[in-house]
Design a protein around this ligand. Structure first.
Ligand SMILES: N[C@@H](CCC(=O)NCCCC(=O)O)C(=O)O
Length: 245
């Protein structure tokens, strides 16, 4: 922006963390130095990976050339991909939205379709950029929730309506990932990591007017509960260490 670089997060994500998850959001810079990544994992009780107009550079999933070379954000790739892997190793609750969802898949060895609309296999998943923002982020298509996952436990194995604001999407699913929901065209719309911890990714935008949509609220509530559980475990460990000292 202008003469300077900015590391920014949309207000809708910050509000969803406070109002939907009941947690305090801190915006992290995309600095990928190993000691900064380690400090994030040591000190934070949950990580939200937001959406972004930028696309992951496709060399991260062994695809070249890039279909959108003007839309990359190499600093974010260098920060988010290793941080997701470290967060999963440390069992930090993780919610990944849109670009974040795609990062979660790529971080675990998956690949993406660079332009869904050019494959001829999918419905339109892009927003109409000419329309009002409420229409762009309004409900756009259904997702069928798969049995046995986090979403089914919280919301039942139902069909839900979601918004859709993306041109890329999952092609090959990454390792240790479970499909949580699919669009009517078969596109994977939600994933979770097959582990004890809470790690959920959604291709849609539950942060959008989170408190007006019970399904979106349920997703942020699950994330918030997982973060608060981690906080209480850390406090318990701290008290025990203090007693022993
Ligand atoms: N660029 C990717 C990811 C799309 C995405 O995250 N959109 C969100 C836009 C801004 C926002 O609402 O935060 C793709 O096109 O698939």
């Amino acid at each position: 922006m202008g003469l300077h670089n900015f590391h920014i997060a949309g207000e809708k994500y910050l509000r969803a963390v406070t109002e939907g998850a009941g947690c305090l959001p801190l915006v992290l810079p995309s600095f990928s130095d190993p000691e900064i990544l380690a400090a994030c994992v040591r000190n934070l009780d949950g990580l939200l990976f937001t959406g972004s107009p930028s696309n992951i550079e496709p060399h991260h999933y062994s695809r070249l050339p890039s279909a959108t070379p003007e839309d990359h954000d190499a600093k974010r790739d260098a920060f988010a991909l290793p941080l997701i892997r470290l967060a999963l190793e440390a069992n930090i609750p993780l919610l990944a939205i849109c670009r974040g969802f795609q990062e979660m898949n790529v971080a675990l060895g998956g690949s993406l379709h660079q332009q869904l609309h050019q494959t001829g296999r999918f419905i339109e998943h892009r927003e109409n950029k000419q329309s009002d923002v409420n229409i762009q982020y309004g409900l756009s298509h259904s997702v069928a929730i798969e049995p046995g996952g986090i979403l089914e436990q919280a919301c039942g194995s139902e069909v839900r309506e979601v918004n859709s604001v993306h041109a890329q999407g999952i092609d090959r699913l990454g390792k240790h990932l479970r499909v949580e929901a699919r669009a009517p065209d078969g596109l994977i719309e939600a994933i979770s990591v097959d582990s004890e911890g809470f790690a959920l990714g959604v291709q849609w935008h539950p942060e959008w007017k989170v408190t007006n949509n019970p399904f979106y609220s349920a997703i942020f509530k699950l994330f918030g509960d997982a973060c608060w559980h981690r906080i209480s475990m850390r406090e318990r460990d701290y008290e025990q260490t203090e007693k022993m000292a």
